[in-house]
Ligand binder design. Sequence first.
Ligand code: ATP
Ligand code: MG
Length: 593
Amino acid sequence: MRGQAGYGSRMPDAGGPVIIQPMSTPTPPQGEPATAGLDFIREIIVNDRAAGKHGGRVHTRFPPEPNGYLHIGHAKAICLNFGVAEEFGGLCNLRFDDTNPTTEDVEYVESIMEDVRWLGFDWGDRLYYAADYFERMYECAERLIVMGKAYVDSLTPDEIREHRGTLTEPGRNSPYRDRSIEENLDLFRRMRAGEFPDGTHVLRAKIDMASPNINMRDPALYRIRHASHHRTGDAWCIYPMYDYAHPLEDAFEGITHSLCTLEFEDHRPFYDWVIDTLDFEHQPQQIEFARLNLSYTVMSKRKLLRLVQDGLVSGWDDPRMPTLAGLRRRGVTPEAIRDFCDRIGLAKKENTIDVALLEHCIREDLNRRADRVMAVLRPLKLVIENFPEGEVEWMEAVNNPEDASAGSRQVPFTRELWIEQDDFREDPPKKYHRLSPGAEVRLRYGYIVKCTGLRKDPQTGEVIEVRCTYDPATLSGKGPEAGRRVKGTIHWVSAAHAHPIEVRLYDRLFTKADPEDAPEGQDFRANLNPHSLDVIDRAWVEPAAAGRPAGYRCQFERLGYFVVDPDATADRLVFNRIVSLRDTWAKIERQGQ
Ligand code: ATP
Ligand code: MG
C-alpha cells in the first residue's frame, strides 16, 4: 500500500507544504490572507479572494456522470465542493455531466440526488444538466469553426489514432485539417442534421499535432452518435466530448474553482484553451486533487457495475458495496462519512487510505448514538437451577453509557436464558474467563452465576445445555455483594422473552488490500472474499429491539453495531452488521503514539 493518511496526522504531498485538516470558518478577504492550517485548495481560495479574483466569489460544482451510483470516493468530492462553498459563503451546483447517451440512465440521476441529499448537502435551485446546454455548446463549436479553431476531420477512428503519435513522437496533421471555414461549417451542420453514420466525421479543435501534451493534439470536440439520450431523446445525433463540454459547463454556470481529480491534470491546458479561445466572461479555474482510494475496495463505477451485473452482489445497494446506497443500507450514518472525509484531508499526490480508518469513524459515530441491546447470535441454553420456574425479574440496563439522556430499560431475567456458544467451554483454554465447569461469570446487568454441569446431545456429543446456580446477593448495582468481582461478563437473553431475528454478518468484500492485485489473466473479481456475507437464520434479541423500523441502529453488546435492514417485516426482523467492535485503526493509532 502506498502512503497512508491517518486522522490527526499530517499527510505530505508532492514536495509542497504538508496538508492538514480543513478549517471550518471562512477567512475574510482583507489584509494578509491567513492560510495557516489550510489544505492547498482552501489556501488557493483564500489567496484568490484576497487578490479579488473572480470578484471574491466562490462557486463550485459537483459534476457526476449519471452512469452509476455514487461511491465513497464521490463523497470526498461532494464534501469538498459543498464544504468549500459553505465555508466561504459561496454556492455549489449539482450538475449532471450527461454528455454520453449510451451509458447514462434516469435511475442513476435519481439515486445521485438522493445520495447527495442524504449526505446532508443542498444544491438549492441549482440543479443543472449538461444536456440542457447542448444548443449553447453547439453554438460555441460553430464559433470555433468560424475562428478557424476547429475543423471536421473525416479520417476513420483508426487513422485518427495513427496520426495522433505517441508520448515520444509528435502526431501528424490530418489531410482534412485545412478545410475551409465554409466547408467545415457545412459538414458540421450536416453532422448535426443526421446525414452521416457514426464514426464517419468528428469535429476537432485545431491546436497543435506536435504538442508534447497528447491532449492538445487537435482533441475531438464532437462525435456522431445516433443514440437516444435520457434527457434530450432523439434531438441530437452528435454529442460533445467530455473535455470540451466540461469547461463550457463551468463557464456557463459562472464556476470559479473547478475541483477535479488528478487524472485531469494533463487535460488542464485544453480546459484553459477552451475558456481562453472562446473568451468567456467567467474564467473558471481547474484545480486537481488526489482521488480517494481505499484499501480492500474497488471504487470505479465501471467495476462496481460489473459486480452488480455479474450478480456477485445483490445490487448497487448491497451493504458490502462502497456505494453511498450500500453504506446507507449497511447502517453507516452520513455524519460518519463526512467525518471520514474531513479526516483524510486533501493531497496533491495519489495515496491509499486504510479502510480501517473508515471503520473507525463509523464506530466512533455509532458509539455515541447507538442504543446497547443484548442479542445472542449462536445460542446455547443456560438453565439457572436455583431460579424459580415461571418467575420473571426485571433488570435495569443503561441504553447508552456514552449518552445519559438515552436513559435505561428493563430487561427480563428468567430461569432459562440464551447465551453465546462461544461463551462456554467444557475444556477451557488458559485465560478463558467465560463460563466452564465450576467457573463463575457475571451475567451483564444481572447476577454472578456458577456453572454446575452440562447436557450433551447423545448422538453428536455437542453441548446443548449448560446448568448453573446464581448468587442472589450479587445483583449488579444493587445486591449486598454487587461489587464482587469475577473476571468475565457475558451477555444473555431470556429464552421466554427473546425475539427471533435473522442476522447478516457482513465483512470486507475483498480479501486483498489491493483488489487489483489478481493472478495473471484474472481481474479484481478473483479477490472477492467468499466469507463477506454470513447469514444466521435464527438468532435471538431482547424485546427492546423487537418491532424496530428499518434503519434502527444499535450495538449488540460485545458483538458489534447492527441496523434493521429494509428486508425486515413485521414477522421477520432482519439485522445487518454494520461493523464489528474490534477497532484495528485505534490499535494502529495507539502503537504510533
Ligand atoms: P469512476 O471512475 O468511479 O467512474 P468518475 O470520476 O468517472 O468516477 P464522475 O461521475 O465523473 O465519476 O465523478 C464526479 C466527480 O466525483 C468528479 O469531479 C470526480 O473527480 C469525483 N470523483 C470520482 N471518484 C472520486 C474519488 N475516488 N475520489 C474523489 N473524487 C472522486
Ligand atoms: Mg467518469
